[in-house]
Design a protein around this ligand. Sequence first.
Ligand SMILES: [Zn+2]
Ligand SMILES: [Zn+2]
Length: 157
Amino acid sequence: MLEGGCACGEVRYRLTSDPLFTHCCHCLNCQRQTGSAFVVNALIEADRVELLAGEPKPVDVPRSGGKKQRIFRCPTCEIAVYSRYTRATILFVRGGTLDDPSSVAPDVHIYTRSKLDWVTLPDWVPAFTTYYDTQKLWPAASLERLGAITASKCSAG
Ligand SMILES: [Zn+2]
Ligand SMILES: [Zn+2]
């Protein structure tokens, strides 16, 4: 199982299964948030992120189009360990906070319209100028897991 955490060690987490899908996002929001060229986000059900230590602090960060993204940070060193968008049931775990960042690799590159010129993408990973169709790209097992979340959310509501 994959584990990770912040820089000071206060926040530690464990992924209790493989991620659903891993994004490498080259959008301007992600570039600004990370201060870098792109972000690696491992998408996983929120209940499969087990906190081993610490309590990440939610910070709502403005995005383009008047939307907000909730980023969870270590309260002490303020490293961002994961975030979420509109869907509260899926967390976007920052790949670089894993103890072994090489344990996840992008399944897709998105928002390549703002990809920096000096970043060269491998030709065997799908890449999209903006977003993509989940139904077409995710493996069957991940779509099944996604369906399970949506179903439980509906029955709860
Ligand atoms: Zn910390
Ligand atoms: Zn992005």
